[in-house]
Every structure is written in structure tokens, then in C-alpha cells.
Design a protein. Structure first.
Length: 202
């Protein structure tokens, strides 16, 4: 049975209707969301064989409103590894496509969407700890073609593991905290490695 010819189809809606939904989405993010910092990753020495860059850097911090979708708490899995019990903390966010284009793409035309590997910095303590999350996956079809358009990015994040990256975003608060945390992480890893070597010798 054909659709009603007197109503506009979901895939052929007028641009004004799509703009209205975009504006409502932006308004809801501004009301119910929080301001976070988006840190694009710059690849310095990408290895195509391993698919990674051990010397990447972060040279900008862009403030943008995000809505925390996993509002019930941090999501993640518990598993046993060679280092003992590990609990992976994950976070799901959404942001407006239009606002992302206005704030990020206009600054760097190569970044047309949130990218896996980029960071999300939360500028306040969560359960007494500061955190920065790495984007692990971006769902591009969260709300599939409502009125013939898509309005948000659904971003899956996990806690970022520091590995000697360079931070020079121009935001002193972000740079100082990230460099200090990276230094502490590196020192802890070196201390654990030296202890493991000593125990092996014994």
C-alpha cells in the first residue's frame, strides 16, 4: 500500500522541517548536556602495518556541549588479565552534528565527524578523580534518517591510557593536567617494571 500523498514522506521532508529538528536537538543538548573539551589527535609517525602511532600529539582543545547518554553510570566489563582484575570504564555521549561542524570542522576541514582515537576531556572530577576518555567507536546511524536527515553522533568512549603523547592544546589547564597525569603513569609503569625484574632475579 502506498504512503499517504497528502503528507510529506520521512525521506523527502522539507529543508525547513529538517532545520527545525536540528535546532531542537541543539537546544536539548545545551539544556541537558555538559561542556566538555574535544581533543583531535595529530598523527606524527603512523605505522600502517600495526595501524597505530606511538608518537601522536594533541594540539587543540575545542569546547563543545555533549549529552551523557549512559546517565546511569559508567559502563564497562570486568575481566581477569595477567595484571589481575581489570574494570574497563566506558562512557556513551551524543553531540549535535550541526554544532560539531560549526565548532570543529570550521577549524579543521579534515575533521568532518568525531574520530576514533581522539580524546574527550572532562573538566571536573568524577567520583573524586579527573578523567579523560578516548573515542573507541562512533555510531553514525543512531537515529536513522528521520525526515531524511541525521542529527547526532553517538560516541562510545573508554578511559584513555597514556603512552607518552605530546599535549600542546593551548589550554593551560588541560595541558598541565594531562602532562602531569602522563608523567605519573610513566613513572608507575617504570617502577612496576623494575620491581618485576628484581623479583625475577630473586
Amino acid at each position: 500500500m502506498a504512503t499517504n500523498p497528502y503528507f510529506t514522506s520521512n525521506y523527502t521532508a522539507y529543508a525547513a522541517e529538517q532545520t527545525l529538528v536540528h535546532n531542537l536537538t541543539i537546544e536539548s543538548h545545551k539544556i541537558f548536556g555538559i561542556d566538555l573539551k574535544y581533543l583531535p589527535r595529530t598523527l606524527e609517525n603512523f605505522d600502517p602495518f600495526y595501524g597505530e602511532d606511538t608518537h601522536s600529539s594533541f594540539n587543540s582543545a575545542i569546547e563543545l556541549e555533549f549529552y551523557i547518554k549512559s546517565y546511569g553510570g559508567f559502563e564497562g566489563n570486568q575481566f581477569l588479565s595477567k595484571f589481575g582484575l581489570q574494570i574497563s570504564e566506558e562512557l556513551v555521549l551524543t553531540c549535535s552534528r550541526k554544532r560539531f561542524t560549526e565548532e570543529v570542522t570550521t577549524v579543521n576541514a579534515e575533521i568532518t565527524r568525531p574520530r576514533e582515537g581522539d580524546l574527550i576531556y572532562i573538566p571536573f572530577a568524577v567520583d573524586e578523580r579527573m578523567r579523560v576518555f578516548e573515542i573507541s567507536h562512533v555510531n553514525q546511524t543512531e537515529n536513522f534518517s528521520q525526515l531524511g536527515e541525521r542529527y547526532t553522533w553517538e560516541i562510545n568512549c573508554r578511559v584513555f591510557g597514556f603512552n607518552g603523547e605530546a599535549f600542546d592544546t593551548g589550554d593551560a589547564t588541560v595541558d598541565d593536567w594531562l602532562l602531569l597525569t602522563d608523567l605519573k603513569t610513566t613513572n608507575c609503569s617504570e617502577s612496576k617494571f623494575s620491581l618485576d625484574r628484581k623479583s625475577t632475579r630473586l
